[in-house]
Design a binder for this molecule. Sequence first.
Ligand code: HEC
Length: 448
Amino acid sequence: MYRFRTLKFARAWQICEPSAKCTLLQDAKCTAKQIHLMLRKIIRASQIRISRFKVIGLTCLLVLSHPSMADSLSQAKRMHDRLAGVPGSQSTLEEMATLIDAGDPNAAAYIAMENPNFYNVTLKNWVTPWTNEEADIFAPLNDYTATVIGMARDNVDFRLVLSGDILYTAQGVSGIPAYSTSNNAHYETLENNGVDLSTALVRSTQSAITGLPSDATAGIMTTRGAAKSFFKDGTNRAMLRFTLMNHLCTDLEALKDTSLPPDRIRQDLSRSPGGDSRIFANSCTGCHNGMDPLAQAFAYYEYEYNVEADPEGENGQITYNSAGELDPQTNSRVTAKHRINANNFPFGFIIEDDRWDNYWREGINQTLGWSEQLSGFGYGAKSMGEELANSEKFASCQVSKVFENVCLRSPQDADDRSAISAITSAFKSDGYNIKTAFAQSASYCAGE
Ligand code: HEC
């Protein structure tokens, strides 16, 4: 035990270590600052924490606590390990501990986030599972991952992740192939060469680099990386499903609501699967009535690749039919995949344009917290991305993902839930700065 005792004469103090080595703390004037400085050194070394320090009249009153709670230095260490993925240097940890002692753990977290590994390791691993259907954390860096990393570094409003004309590429690094719309070599080489993403990434726009019209860009949804995973084959519904899973933290199963009108469900859905129309009414509609009218936002997109020579689509690219560009099969801007299997139910909905509607503003999925500032319908992926990103669920989902990443566990009890909601409020009022969520989450569980 460490002992702390008052000596007989006023304004003198002793702190004794287990070895019985005592240190006299005395100061004629007893200024808080001086004693604080003296104590800091001792307290640090002895795992005792100053919980309060006061000068009252002529007497110095020091209230010390010796809680089981981790001391500031080990909190700093834990925060650094989790945010940067690597141990901090002694001087960095001391700087952080000083801030923690001063009651500003968020500032300490910001110091840890200056470490390049926060970008190259922590954020890379945080984002990578969102970029592919298998949620594979080992997938290579790509334009989706790099764009989220860059947005985090530059404190960009995180809602733009689903709507912005934004793209991060590396500039000024030698030996790196230029960005290509038809391969991932730029990013894979960056990763293989261990290039420091915290300095190499430069903000640009998709319209300038990939040639998509600016109004056809929708944050990461229109990156090559996302297109390769979620616009390749299928019916583009996968882009909506994985965006919901990764950015609203919900799969469609949880959103099933058979009470909504089925009028926008496409022709490719049989209305009597297996010869039983009840299955359609009780199951299929539950997802497709809300999903199909939202996913219509992607009507003009495709991921084109050579099916024979390149079945994985490694050299494919995202395409978009601008006004006047007609798909030869639909004779409209709508890509052919949106009209496939029309014979399954010829009276089903035929997609003519990229108008989306959010049916989930009615029924049970109102609980996702849609923005009252938005109308709930529009044309194209950009406004649909805004609809999703302005929901309450988007904000709390980002914070939950950060919490799990830095606390190494999911939120469990009432305390955790109220922490998530407080951090979500801070994240929003701080302009959706994702670093705020990292800093506050790391502070919250630094003592665990
Ligand atoms: C839990 C939600 C859910 C339910 C219930 C559901 N679907 Fe789907 N359906 C999806 C999603 C998500 C996709 C997009 C799949 C993808 O590409 O990843 C999809 C795609 C489809 C497709 C297009 C296939 C393709 O390659 O994209 C058809 C056809 C379809 N569903 C039919 C049905 C039928 C018939 C039922 C009822 C028996 C049904 N679905 C029930 C979520 C659902």
